[in-house]
Write a protein that binds this ligand. Structure first.
Ligand code: ATP
Ligand code: MG
Ligand code: FE
Length: 342
């Protein structure tokens, strides 16, 4: 069977065709980064308009690349939320039209479930699994007791990691999105400026990054006032070390406490070389199997949406054409089979 998936939650228009749940036949991603860069961030109105302009072209490209005609599509999946509502709407309307025209089921999918299940495209998931979700809008520890069952055991109380990366990058006058630039500078740095770590309460799996971000800004201001040069590399390194320490330590502790059989890293910030390296090291020491998707499956893409939609496909849980785009869709409520299992 073939699932065609559409992702338009933020600034990437993506369409993928995935065979039997895990075989990616095509995964076309059109990024709007060049358009948004001069504004220093994603402009929602422009994002929606760009999705409208490119969705048809990307759809045709994805089918052509997969070598699969529209008549061989068995279900249409789409990111229903969370994300920018205007951007989501473009994907949802396209998916509904396609499902109606092809007379196949429609599957509304959760964006973060997609980031997590990107891992299923590269290997078997062993339950209970613990997912460390680090992205532009989310920082969460999600426990998967069984397939498609999500329980958030920790989340950020303020900024998401990616957001903190982008804000720090902006303060260092780096182009948007700044995450990859800060990552590169941290690797190149010869030394680090020591910055605080927000551990919060001893038993908490929550995160906080606004204090760390403020510490970076304060250091830049201090240097500016004194007329000293800004030690951008050392700041990037100090920032990255604080982030890595906190997210990997909490992930390992949660994996132990909840008896996880596997750790899953995911989200756009999972592209970070420092986080990948440290987690690989810690998991090897703890003999805990780790899955980390390749870069292309970490940042927003539609193949991951097909992977999450496959959970619903396999239990015949479909949506109607009333499906709505939801800017704030809850992951726990999206849990597959939740309504029938409890
Ligand atoms: P969400 O998935 O929470 O809705 P999003 O889809 O906007 O948010 P993603 O596309 O998953 O986020 O990730 C984008 C984020 O990843 C940006 O903040 C970007 O700076 C960050 N990022 C990408 N590569 C790296 C890297 N190497 N190091 C740190 N951050 C990175
Ligand atoms: Mg993006
Ligand atoms: Fe994302």
């Amino acid at each position: 069977y073939h699932i065609l998936a559409i992702e338009t939650s933020c600034d990437e228009t993506s369409v993928a065709v995935v065979k039997n749940g895990t075989e990616v036949l095509s995964n076309v991603v059109s990024s709007q980064i060049d358009t948004h860069r001069r504004f220093g961030g994603v402009v929602p109105e422009i994002a929606s308009r760009k999705h409208v302009e490119s969705i048809t072209v990307i759809l045709e490209e994805a089918l052509a690349e997969a070598g699969v005609g529209p008549d061989r599509i068995d279900a249409v999946a789409v990111t229903q939320g969370p994300g920018l509502v205007g951007a989501l709407l473009v994907g949802v309307v396209a998916a509904k039209s396609l499902a109606l025209a092809l007379d196949v089921p429609l599957i509304g999918t959760h964006h973060i479930a997609g980031h997590i299940y990107a891992n299923r495209l590269i290997g078997e998931i062993r339950y209970p699994a613990l997912a460390l979700v680090v992205s532009g809008g989310h920082t969460e520890l999600v426990l998967l007791e069984a397939e498609g069952r999500f329980r958030i055991v920790g989340r950020t109380r303020d900024d998401a990691v990616g957001e903190a990366y982008d804000k720090v990058a902006r303060a260092l006058s780096l182009p948007y999105p700044g995450g990859p630039h800060v990552d590169r500078m941290a690797q190149e740095a010869e030394d680090a400026i020591e910055l605080p770590r927000a551990w919060l309460e001893p038993d908490s799996y929550d995160f906080s990054f606004s204090g760390l971000k403020s510490a970076v800004l304060a250091e830049i201001n201090r240097a500016n006032m004194k007329g000293e040069p800004i030690r951008a590399h050392a700041l990037a390194r100090g920032f990255q070390e604080s982030v890595i320490d906190v997210v990997t330590t909490k992930a390992m502790r949660a994996a132990r406490e909840f008896g996880a059989s596997q750790l899953l890293l995911c989200g756009g910030v999972a592209a970070n070389k420092g986080i990948r390296a440290r987690l690989t090291e810690l998991c090897a020491e703890a003999a805990l199997p780790l899955l980390v998707p390749p870069l292309k499956l970490c940042t927003d893409n539609a193949a991951m949406i097909a992977a999450a939609a496959d959970l619903k496909w396999r239990c015949g849980q479909f949506d109607t054409l009333d499906l709505k785009a939801e800017a704030q869709l809850s992951l726990e409520q999206w849990s597959v089979g939740a309504a029938t299992m409890d």
